[in-house]
Design a protein around this ligand. Structure first.
Ligand code: MN
Length: 504
């Protein structure tokens, strides 16, 4: 799967008015072009930034917003008011705009030229008050946007725009995304279930179920030649014990895993799916529970979650888009088991099989072991550790009247000792602010056991994403205080209840 953010565009939109005359407006356009070019070239911004003609009339604003709505590669707008742009002329356009917006509060000139400043300078560099007028109309319309403040050449400013652009790209991806489910949810599980109609209305993506028989048909149609070629790739990419290699007495298990991967890929490509779920309770006709296949498909950018968890599959896909081109991987994850030693309480995150090798520390090992549940043949899976460093877990829950996105910042640490008998990939992490408060906050917030885990995606990206999606965001980080956190949940409950009744 090809995730190429450089094919996407953000439009750089400058507001002004006719009052200044053609000479000033010409300068405004030149400066805007220069800024757009500078941002487009910035390594922190992963998409193209495209200059659009300076807007000086209400009709021009409306036409620009309509054009942005209809432009397939436009993922959002960066707005800026170099000079003063009266905001009533923006109302009709912004009411129709359906693309995300970052309001860049910057100034073309970094410095005040103290010795030479005159009214010409003042006339040209007015963002200090022009952007305040612009901000008011966004707040008055009660529309979400990201406000980024600072000099446009500063790395920190470009990084904030970059985080927003990654969130906007993930949002753009969701608007046409389809997710396939083989089997329903794991029976009786609540948190991974939810309202797929609400989700499509809110998020844009479609989730539909398919009989596992449709997949089995494709798996069975895979040729020996295709399997031979894929097994060669496995042998070149991972370490395998001799009995799993060609000629080995358990090699059959590897061939079966390759057959499942090839069948799944055919299904996903043919249906233009961006992610999928499986469930161990519905595997009729599949010889193994798919383990290696979801691992390798996730590494290629597909969203995935086990046990029919379509919300996490969609979230993992969105996080894969946000992380595109960055160092550090992104995976489906589950809080599995704890180390409660008083000197260092940590979480061991893993799943039955399906952890993405994008988070592997070094070369994964391809292994075959029995699986306690599912009643199938021993499945193949990649086994590895995750490198130490900052990471986060994110979880999307359906609260009936709204969705909540929950994030916990964590620090992956090296396991205290090797775990030679653990037959699955895993990550060991410390929670921020500490184990007790993080876990209590997560549980008060109703966070799922399934998450999207990433060492590339930042809280800022998820914050921007939640704002674009207009859903609740709750963050557990080093500043979290449990009593305050419980109050935040209570206030959010009230705020979101009121919000649905507000008239802008
Ligand atoms: Mn699970």
């Amino acid at each position: 799967m090809n995730i190429n953010l450089k094919s996407l565009e953000v439009w750089f939109v400058t507001g002004s008015q006719h009052l200044y005359g053609p000479e000033t407006l010409k300068k405004v356009a030149e400066h805007s072009q220069e800024i757009a070019k500078g941002l487009s070239a910035a390594s922190a911004i992963p998409v193209k930034v495209v200059f659009k003609p300076v807007l000086v009339t209400p009709d021009a604003v409306t036409e620009l917003c309509q054009a942005a709505n209809n432009a397939k590669n436009c993922i959002g707008l960066i707005t800026w008011c170099h000079t003063f742009s009266p905001s009533k002329m923006w109302i009709n356009g912004l009411k129709q705009l359906r693309k995300p917006v970052a309001h860049l509060h910057t100034q073309y000139n970094r410095d005040i030229p103290w010795a030479t400043i005159d009214m010409d300078f003042m006339n040209m560099n007015q963002a200090a008050h022009g952007d305040r007028e612009h901000g008011f109309i966004w707040s008055r319309l009660r529309k979400n946007r990201k406000v980024v403040v600072g000099f446009w050449q500063e790395r920190a400013v470009q990084e904030k725009l970059g985080a927003w652009a990654r969130a906007a790209a993930a949002w753009h991806d969701w608007q046409t995304a389809k997710f396939a489910r083989f089997g329903d949810n794991m029976r009786e599980v609540a948190v991974t279930d939810g309202d797929k109609v609400s989700a499509q209305m809110k998020f844009g993506f479609a989730v539909n179920g398919y009989g596992v028989g449709d997949l089995v048909k494709l798996v069975n149609a895979v040729s020996d030649k295709e399997i031979d070629a894929l097994v060669k790739t496995y042998e070149a990419t991972y370490t395998l014990s001799a009995d799993l290699k060609r000629g080995g007495k358990r090699h059959k298990s590897i061939r079966e895993a390759a057959r499942i991967e090839l069948g799944l890929r055919t299904f996903l490509v043919a249906g233009h799916f961006k992610g999928f779920t499986t469930t161990f309770e519905d595997l009729h006709g599949l010889v193994q529970l798919p383990g290696l296949a979801p691992q390798r498909l996730m590494a290629d950018g597909y969203g995935f979650a086990g046990e029919g968890d379509w919300k996490t599959a969609a979230l993992v896909r969105a996080m894969k888009i946000m992380a595109s081109g960055l160092t550090g991987g992104t995976s489906f994850m589950e809080d599995y088991t704890y180390h409660l030693h008083p000197r260092g309480k940590v979480v061991l995150g893993s799943h039955m099989l399906e952890i993405c090798p994008s988070i592997a520390d070094g070369q994964p090992s391809l292994q075959v072991h029995p699986l306690g549940i599912g009643g199938k043949a021993d499945p193949a899976r990649l086994v590895f550790n995750t490198p130490a460093g900052p990471a986060l877990n994110a979880s999307l829950m359906d609260f009936g009247s709204r969705f909540r996105l929950l994030v916990n910042e964590v620090d992956v640490v090296a396991p205290e000792e090797p775990m030679p008998k653990l037959p699955v990939a895993q990550a060991v992490w410390r929670c921020r602010p500490n184990f007790e408060d993080a876990c209590a906050a997560w549980i008060y917030a109703g966070g799922a056991h399934h998450t999207g885990f990433s060492q590339a995606v930042t809280t800022e990206m998820l914050e921007d994403f939640a704002s674009i999606a207009d859903i609740e965001l709750v963050v557990i980080d080093r500043d979290t205080r449990l009593r305050q956190f419980k109050q935040e949940l209570l206030w959010n409950e009230t705020a979101y209840g009121l919000k649905s009744g507000w008239v802008a």
